[in-house]
Design a protein around this ligand. Structure first.
Ligand code: 8X3
Length: 243
């Protein structure tokens, strides 16, 4: 049975991807900070739950120990946005959090699990964002974190060009999940809802999860370097059709 690790598996794209990978026959190791959520998910999909804060070296070592030497798929999904203030008013603690989770935490997990991925001729799917394409107003910290993550992906693909591992990236646009915007706006539901207001069909977590599963299940000589995925209503970052 093939094994997959999904970080940030407690909700949203991570949870949907874990469910879809399990439906494809993978044994899924669900990693996240909120252990009750991932334990329930692991029970439902017959997987494994490992408490993992990607900013903790100790937690990531425990995750690597659970993988036990061989890993087919790593979905680096943990991360997110905090705040939407202009740089002039930025909360730099929030920036620190975004850089520590999206960029450095992802690097920590990737470093720890790379030997197991090489052993299995595995594939890594990095969940970045269209925020990595260009800066937007209020996105300074988040865009920097995601652009940094993308740069790491590009470096790794070159560094590992002659090794049996694939380095892939999915870059989602507007995805309506339970928590992404709520976290960004510190629990302000009205502000979070306004992000998707009037948009008939933003992407769902499963739309992105299905694309991730497709990327991760191509034959081992096929590398999907980067997939940008947006709802039809979002032609570009600022070009969103609202009814
Ligand atoms: C989420 C997409 O547009 O909020 O990663 O940056 S956006």
């Amino acid at each position: 049975m093939k094994t997959a690790v999904v970080t940030g598996a407690s909700s949203g794209i991570g949870e949907a991807t874990a469910r879809l990978l399990a439906a494809e026959g993978f044994r899924v190791i669900c990693a996240a900070r909120r252990v009750e959520r991932i334990e329930e998910l692991a029970r439902e999909i017959d997987g494994v739950a490992i408490r993992c804060d990607v900013t903790s070296q100790q937690d990531v070592e425990a995750l690597a120990a659970a993988v036990d030497g061989s890993l087919d798929v790593l979905v680096n999904n943990a991360g997110g946005a905090v705040g939407l203030e202009p740089v002039a008013e930025a909360d730099l603690d929030a920036w620190e959090t975004m850089l520590q989770t999206n960029l450095i935490g992802t690097a920590r997990v990737t470093k720890a699990l790379l030997p197991a991925l090489l052993a299995a001729e595995g594939v890594i799917v990095f969940v970045t964002s269209v925020a990595a394409d260009a800066g937007y107003e209020g996105g300074g910290g988040y865009c920097a974190a995601k652009a940094g993550e993308r740069s790491m992906v590009e470096a790794m693909r070159l560094e590992l060009f002659d090794k049996p591992v694939r380095i892939t990236e999915i870059s989602p646009g507007m995805v309506h999940t339970e928590e992404f915007s709520l976290t960004r706006f510190g629990g302000d539901q009205a502000r979070a809802d306004a992000v998707y207001q009037g948009v008939a069909e933003p992407l769902t977590a499963s739309d992105v999860g299905e694309a991730i599963v497709w990327m991760a299940t191509r034959p081992s000589h096929v590398n999907i370097d980067r997939m940008t995925i947006r709802p039809r209503a979002q032609a570009a970052q600022h070009k969103v059709h609202r009814g």
